[in-house]
Design a protein around this ligand. Sequence first.
Ligand SMILES: [Zn+2]
Length: 224
Amino acid sequence: MTVRPEPAEGDAVDEAISREDVAESDLMTRRGKFRAVAFRDGHEHMALVYGTPTAHDNVLVRVHSECMTGDIFGAMRCECGDQLDAALDRIVSEGSGVFVYLRGHEGRGIGLLAKVRTHVLQDEQGLDTLDSATTLGFPIDTRDYRPAAKILKHLRVRSVRLMSNNPDKIRALEANGIAVVERVPLLAPATDHNVGYLTAKRDRLGHDLPQVDTFSSGYSYNRT
Ligand SMILES: [Zn+2]
């Protein structure tokens, strides 16, 4: 018994993930029961499926890049942990959806050690999240979203409502055959700790983060 529904007529049968590279079980969590679909595609990743995935279209989906510091330890210099919580809460409140957790995405793909080294430059030299990476000789973003597209196809999800503020992620999924019919904003509150990070993502990576404007204006208002 798997969470993967039988193919509907007209579905392309996608065998991009072979049997030996996928395993699944029920997973009771504090939010309720998910189907945990572990899969291997380069790294080992996880898709958490909530509800009955009988609908193939307009599925509420989060494609989340691993961030150990934010997701596990609650680091406040980025908003990853807040987004993880908010996305799972939204999936549960809507009654169905898929949360794809992608490994190998630390620091936009540069790895955990490199990410921590960028933190040193950010703290000591005031560089932002992009300049601290390039100063160390790392690319700005090397994340590969193909595993997310593969698992969504495996789950026979054809089109998604994607919880994201990142237009690059939409382009990457669509380039890999997943139609994004709607972008659902996933806005974590700006704080003194993350506003520098959010501002760089807004201004230099084109993320849609309107909460930064509100925070900035409130901040300058308080200073005068
Ligand atoms: Zn993070």
